[in-house]
Design a protein around this ligand. Structure first.
Ligand SMILES: *Cc1c(COP(=O)(O)O)cnc(C)c1O
Length: 398
């Protein structure tokens, strides 16, 4: 058979490649899958073959979800296009119009907007309560509360709520428990063991771990994950094959990265707590809640350290004083980065409310990377010196 040019330009893949076994997983960068005959197609619909169309399911997305499912100890898992997509589908898998979500006051900004603005339009209500206080949280339940949404470590003040107690309370009230485990990762905490029905992640952060992927995942009880998978397909918020491949690649080094992240962060937190320009350091296990953090996070505090500059220090000059640590509104990369919650994640919150939550102008969040901690401290010292007005360069005051 001699094909003409326009056919040869399309069909050049040799036959038999599928016999070769690559050491690394191939990227199934395809929108759909091929069937040799109608019987094979029928096998998809009877559940004997898993793949038909990438929006429904893709081997790379499944590969990544399987990895996280094994680490979290879930029954099943599904990958989604982002952390927000994972939160959306986990929520819709459990809640109907007319029902309500209960969540902590300091919930992640994107989740706050999703619940208050977007889910409100679908007739799903939301109530907020202080997660540190089980009694106050219990009082915020209504007869319509169907889902309790929690976070292992809060942003940006890194508080660890009494999760097993909150999950038990929610279950007693007949609510589904979803925990955003992004900040802790399954290396530190596995909320399904405390009674959560589902765990969600922004895999954009530590699971993928290198700052080059946007991805999400939902893991937990099979019946909810099955529903979440249907919603992912219906809304078209599946994870792309290449993003899934990168996320699965990053996941393999989670243990070694988290171990070093935690060691470095603990050292940075201790160093900051002795610096005269710093009024307060927020780090799980450093001061408050010592026992709870030890049990819940296995004695580790995670990779994030937040601090508040002392009264009179200039936060703008802190950021100006840094040379290699970059101001980046995300977290969890192998490189140390800093963020200013008051002007990014908490910008949409009115200033008075923001202050009530403790997110003042002088609050800085550090995502501690894998560099030598002595270098990280030296660099932070440059910023702090500048913030105190005794850096080498003089800056106009704000
Ligand atoms: C980043 C983040 C999200 C949102 O994840 P995306 O991947 O950006 O959609 C949700 N929850 C927490 C705790 C996060 O840090």
């Amino acid at each position: 058979m001699t094909w003409r040019f326009d056919t040869r330009v399309v069909h050049f893949r040799p036959k038999g490649l599928e016999r070769e076994t690559p050491k690394a997983p191939p990227i199934y960068q395809t929108s759909a899958f091929v069937f040799s005959n109608l019987e094979e197609l029928e096998a998809y619909f009877t559940g004997e073959r898993p793949y038909l169309y990438t929006r429904y399911r893709n081997p790379n997305a499944d590969d990544f979800a399987r990895g996280v499912t094994a680490l979290e100890g879930g029954e099943d898992g599904a990958a989604a296009a982002s952390g927000m997509a994972a939160i959306l589908v986990a929520t819709l898998a459990a809640v109907k119009p007319g029902e309500r979500i209960l969540c902590p006051e300091e919930v992640y900004g994107g989740t706050y907007l999703l619940f208050t603005r977007e889910l409100a339009r679908l007739g799903i209500g939301v109530d907020f309560a202080p997660a540190q206080d089980v009694d106050a949280f219990a009082r915020a339940f209504t007869s319509a509360t169907r889902l309790v949404f929690l976070e292992t470590i809060s942003n940006p003040l890194l508080r660890v709520p009494p999760l097993p107690e909150l999950a038990a309370l929610a279950r007693k009230r007949g609510a589904v428990v979803v925990v955003d485990n992004t900040f802790a990762t399954p290396y530190l905490a596995r909320p399904l063991e405390w009674g959560a029905h589902l765990v969600v992640h922004s895999a954009t952060k530590f699971l993928a771990g290198h700052g080059d992927v946007t991805a999400g995942v939902v893991v937990g009880e099979g019946r909810f994950v099955k529903r979440a998978r249907e919603i992912i397909a219906a809304y078209g918020c599946h994870l792309s094959p290449f993003e899934a491949w990168l996320a699965a690649r990053g996941l393999k080094t989670l243990s070694v990265r988290m171990e070093r992240h935690c060691q470095n962060a603990a050292r940075v937190a201790r160093w900051l707590s002795e610096h005269p320009a710093v009024a307060h350091v927020f780090y799980p296990g450093l001061s408050h809640d010592e026992d709870r953090v030890h049990t819940l996070l296995g004695g580790r505090g995670g990779a994030l350290v937040t601090f508040r500059l002392r009264e009179g220090a200039n936060v703008r000059n802190f950021f100006r004083g840094l040379t290699w640590i970059k101001l980046v509104p995300t977290l969890a990369g192998v490189e140390t980065t800093v963020a200013h919650p008051a002007s990014t994640s908490h910008r949409a919150i009115p200033p008075a409310k923001r202050r009530a939550l403790g997110v003042t102008e002088g609050v800085v969040r550090v995502s501690v990377g894998l560099e030598d901690p002595a270098d990280i401290c030296e660099e932070l010292a440059r910023g702090l010196a500048e913030a105190e007005g005794n850096g080498e360069r003089t800056m106009p005051s704000d």
